[in-house]
Design a protein around this ligand. Sequence first.
Ligand code: GCU
Length: 127
Amino acid sequence: PQPTRYEAENATISNGVVESNHTGFSGTGFVNYTNAVGGYVEWTVTATVAGPATLRFGYANGTADNRPVNLAVNGAAVGDVDFPGTGAWTSYAGVTTTVNLNAGTNTVRATATTANGGPNADYLDVG
Ligand code: GCU
């Protein structure tokens, strides 16, 4: 089946703002994390069955520096995800990782771990 897309601009945001000045995004904009540790985007996603699910994060990073985030699923940290540079803020890419979800509602929180903050977050696809 097709993955379900959850736009970052519709997620819960801490220390970030919704913007739309760099074209190429999905939906109506993206989240610009504050350039600081600790900001996050938290999506509420639904899974039909419990078990592994592929997460694909759409993003842009117009710098040369990785912007890793720590991923937490339902409040439990599951590791870091790298968001390397995409060449320009208008160049969007996707990174994937696999996590275990519960059947029903889950939270997926991506928290910035460096002083640069996270990448510009566009969406989360849940497969
Ligand atoms: C620039 C860019 C923003 C980006 C920011 C950053 O200001 O226009 O979209 O979020 O850099 O470094 O995070």
